[in-house]
Design a protein around this ligand. Structure first.
Ligand SMILES: Cc1cc2nc3c(=O)[nH]c(=O)nc-3n(C[C@H](O)[C@H](O)[C@H](O)COP(=O)(O)O)c2cc1C
Ligand SMILES: [Zn+2]
Ligand SMILES: [Zn+2]
Length: 790
């Protein structure tokens, strides 16, 4: 398939080594039954929910030493050499599920439900449909504006098969919304409302509390989880747990005043100071005005990259200063025109003519700054950028479970440049994402000047269809978001809205444009490195990744010498074409070929730096010894897949999408090198954590609860697909297997496997109370939206 590759990666299951179901034997027998006999069978049902040893691995013969996972050998390697577990060796019928793939999850008989009479087993799910998030590319707002109350309505997109495109979530706000000039202050000393008489919101606190809102939520023992955590609650009076952090105090004149309890003014004050939103007059009434801005989103704790409203307004009014970017863009445009002429020059044009043309090329007005170095290795499993799903609370959960690198949801360049709140919201990260990723030197290539202490986990992903657009976006991201590891250009998005506008995967076939985009971003992003996420190609039978990689590594032949490399510090390849749907497996053979190619490029670059032909150091992606990191992506669903991919395809690291959505503890499995059979109660514990993180990020008011519920439901639309491994006949499980109808080991496990979204709503109500009367949830996949039968 690919030119210049000498790697033989078949990826065929029959030729794979069995990595984790290790029993000390190598997997050599040609006959699959015989080979299977050397493998281990999964034990009976794991411990039931509620037992303590829920994390006990299912049938992992050798337990890795505590904390030795990355420091010593990689788990997969260690497990391969692990001594056989006696019990397991005795079993004759030992099978690796990869020998038996037929698309159905191999659920043990005792858990199957006979559904011959009713429609119940899950339909194939087209995960491509999940990538969109409503709205369109032309600036029409989307419905998931997490800071605008979900009130925006996107224009109806063309209906596509299997997807509920016209999704609404109802309106979830207070009946009588309280004005922010009242929301955070004691009853007798509110702020003056900026909007005066024009303000339609409620200014009477008692009225609001009495008739303007629903009753407090009774979950979490009625105690505000945010207040419990931080000693203050940024939702103020609007909090649906406000009873737990308010009181009525009697003043000297006998008047009774409602005040908010605040055990921790300091944290908010510190944040306000750090954000530059601290008040100047320092007015401090007896019950203290909380310092900070009246924008609720700017008050929340533990969240970074919160871009002040003023910046967004400036962008929207086109008052942001883009002098430098404009200068560069002018040069790019000139360059593009000349490039065009050069390409379309008449055959047989005289050499003088060509030289004339050449002479008209001018150097760019400036060069990229020195970039912060990146690192990707086996110890940095990476969460994929995931529209809607990869929201801040979900990423925070993944990081807690061992994820080392995270990406924002894809933001649209045009929207960012227009100051769209919804898209700037996507740049926010949790402070846990700002800590350095794990780093064990010796695992993968590392730059001499890599500084792990300066590195962080969170990167931004943007899409765009024009070089000027993404160049400006890189500029503002660099100026407005202090905590970005990298800026990734989406060159893989398959959805029509993006593709038809020339962005996302359309860029795979506009390589000159893509190169200009990367160059422009790299020039304007300051010290933030630029990366790209690509697919194998647009069409199935026309893979373009190999060609593209050369271009990203060195730039087009014609300007290589003059301009140097475009400055792409890492590439992630999703091993599917745009055309291909998720039903086919990602092509890890092709990913392996591409990894080998990148490796050879890196060697060439090393050679280049040793010769007189050394290119201008400042133009290389990672300066002088510029090299690209290379990540593979597609279908990773356990540590087995993860280390298989790393060991066989020789990628630096693996990016994980749906696997993490279905079981976020995949990162823990990778860290520990073993399967984890999580009980239903433990899984519900993750749901609870998500809820807490949601309330912290979006607020514990009606709106924040609505968003938390909505995004929890989105997550559950993936999480319910998890089949507990204790229920499986064989391991490893496959991401693409569909389970027949089955029951869990307890009621909760059965509930959590329900494909009916009404059951998912029940799960949200366990933590968030009854849904708002106007609340609606229509799952993205039609296959999930059928009603309960009987
Ligand atoms: C719900 C969903 C949303 C996605 N959103 C994005 C996105 O915003 N940007 C992107 O580059 N890829 C996106 N993808 C693609 C994933 O990043 C990833 O490439 C793909 O899911 C394959 O990896 P997997 O097999 O591990 O899921 C999305 C995929 C899904 C399922
Ligand atoms: Zn007002
Ligand atoms: Zn609260």
């Amino acid at each position: 398939m690919a030119e210049g590759s000498d790697v033989n990666m078949t990826g065929a299951p029959s030729e794979r080594e069995c990595v984790v179901l290790a029993n000390g034997h190598d997997n050599v027998a040609p006959d699959s039954e015989e080979r299977a006999a050397k493998r281990l069978k999964v034990d009976g049902p794991a411990k039931l929910a509620g037992s303590n040893a829920i994390e006990e691995p299912v049938n992992v013969p050798a337990k890795p030493k505590e904390n030795s996972v990355v420091e010593n050998t990689m788990p997969a390697e260690r497990l391969r050499d692990a001594p056989a577990n006696e019990d397991d060796v005795k079993r004759p019928d030992v099978i690796d599920s990869r020998d038996r793939r037929n698309g159905d999850a191999p659920i043990k008989k005792e858990y199957l439900i006979d559904v011959s009479a009713s429609k119940n087993s899950s339909e194939a799910v087209d995960d491509d449909e999940a990538e969109g998030r409503g709205g369109n590319a032309n600036g029409v707002p989307r419905q998931d504006d997490r800071d605008a109350g979900g009130k925006a309505r996107g224009k109806k997109d063309k209906r596509s098969k299997g997807q509920n495109t016209d999704r609404t979530f109802g309106k979830f706000d207070d009946a009588l919304p309280l004005c922010n000039s009242r929301a955070f202050y004691p009853e007798f000393s509110p702020r003056e409302c900026k909007y005066g008489d024009r303000c339609k919101l409620c200014h009477d606190l008692r009225k609001y509390l009495k008739e303007g809102r629903r009753d407090d939520v009774e979950t979490f023992g009625g105690k505000c989880p945010v207040f419990e955590q931080y000693g203050s609650c940024p939702s103020g009076w609007k909090c649906r747990f406000v009873k737990s952090h308010m009181q009525e105090v009697e003043r000297e004149d006998g008047r009774k005043e409602l005040v908010l309890t605040n055990n921790n003014n300091n944290k908010l004050a510190e944040k306000a100071k750090a954000d530059g939103t601290a008040e100047e007059n320092g007015e401090s009434g007896e019950q203290k005005h909380e310092p900070g801005n009246d924008e609720p989103e700017e008050r929340r704790l533990g969240i970074v990259n919160v871009v002040p409203m003023a910046h967004k307004i400036e962008l929207n009014r086109r008052r942001t200063n883009f002098t430098k970017a404009d200068q560069y863009i002018k040069w790019t445009n000139h360059e593009a025109e000349l490039g065009n002429e050069f390409h379309h020059r008449k055959k047989g044009q005289s050499t003088e003519g060509i030289d004339d043309l050449r002479a008209r090329f001018v150097d760019p007005p400036f060069k990229p700054s020195e970039k912060r170095r990146l690192y990707f290795g086996p110890e940095t499993p990476t969460l994929a950028p995931l529209t809607t799903q990869g929201n801040l609370p979900f990423r925070r959960l993944c990081v807690e479970l061992g994820c080392e690198v995270t990406y924002s949801e894809m933001a649209l360049s045009m929207q960012l440049l227009q100051g769209s709140k919804a898209d700037w919201t996507l740049m926010k990260a949790h402070e846990s994402e700002v800590s350095p990723p794990k780093f064990s030197p010796g695992k993968a290539f590392v730059f001499d000047t890599y500084n792990n202490a300066k590195d962080l986990k969170f990167g931004a992903q943007i899409s765009g269809n024009q070089p000027w657009m993404v160049t400006k976006v890189a500029d503002v991201l660099n100026r407005f978001c202090p905590h970005l590891r990298l800026i990734d250009l989406n060159c893989g998005c398959p959805i029509d809205m993006v593709f038809k506008s020339g962005g996302g995967s359309a860029l795979l076939e506009s390589q000159a444009k893509m190169e200009r985009m990367i160059r422009g971003m790299n020039v304007m992003s300051g010290e933030i490195p630029i990366t790209a996420k690509i697919r194998t190609g647009v069409k199935n039978n026309r893979p373009t990744a190999t060609q593209l990689l050369g271009r990203l590594a060195f730039g087009a032949r014609e300007h290589r010498e003059r301009l140097g490399a475009p400055g792409c510090a890492a590439v992630t390849l999703h091993g599917r074409s745009r055309e291909q749907r998720y039903t086919k497996r990602a092509d890890w053979g092709y990913i392996g070929e591409c990894a080998a190619l990148v490796k050879s490029y890196n060697t060439q670059k090393d050679a280049l730096t040793d010769t007189v032909a050394e290119p201008d150091a400042s133009t290389l992606p990672n300066a002088k010894d510029g090299r690209m990191y290379f990540l593979g992506n597609g279908d990773c669903y356990s540590h087995v897949d993860y280390f298989d991919n790393i060991n066989k395809a020789h990628v630096d690291s693996v990016m994980i999408g749906r696997g993490a959505l279905i079981k976020p503890w995949i990162f823990e499995e990778i860290e520990k090198g073993q399967f984890l059979d999580k009980s239903s109660s433990e899984r519900l514990g993750y749901v609870e954590r998500f809820v807490r993180y949601g309330l912290e990020a979006w607020g514990s008011d009606e709106l924040g609860i609505g968003f938390t519920r909505r995004f929890l439901l989105e997550w559950l639309s993936f999480a319910h697909r998890y089949v507990p491994i204790g229920l499986l006949e064989y391991l490893p499980p496959s991401l693409n297997d569909r389970p027949p109808a089955y029951r869990g080991r307890d009621e909760l496990e059965t509930l959590m496997a329900s494909t009916n979204y009404k059951d998912w709503i029940k799960i949200t109500e366990m933590f968030l109370g009854p849904v708002h009367p106007g609340f609606q949830f229509i799952p993205k996949h039609k296959s999930n939206s059928y009603e309960a039968e009987g």
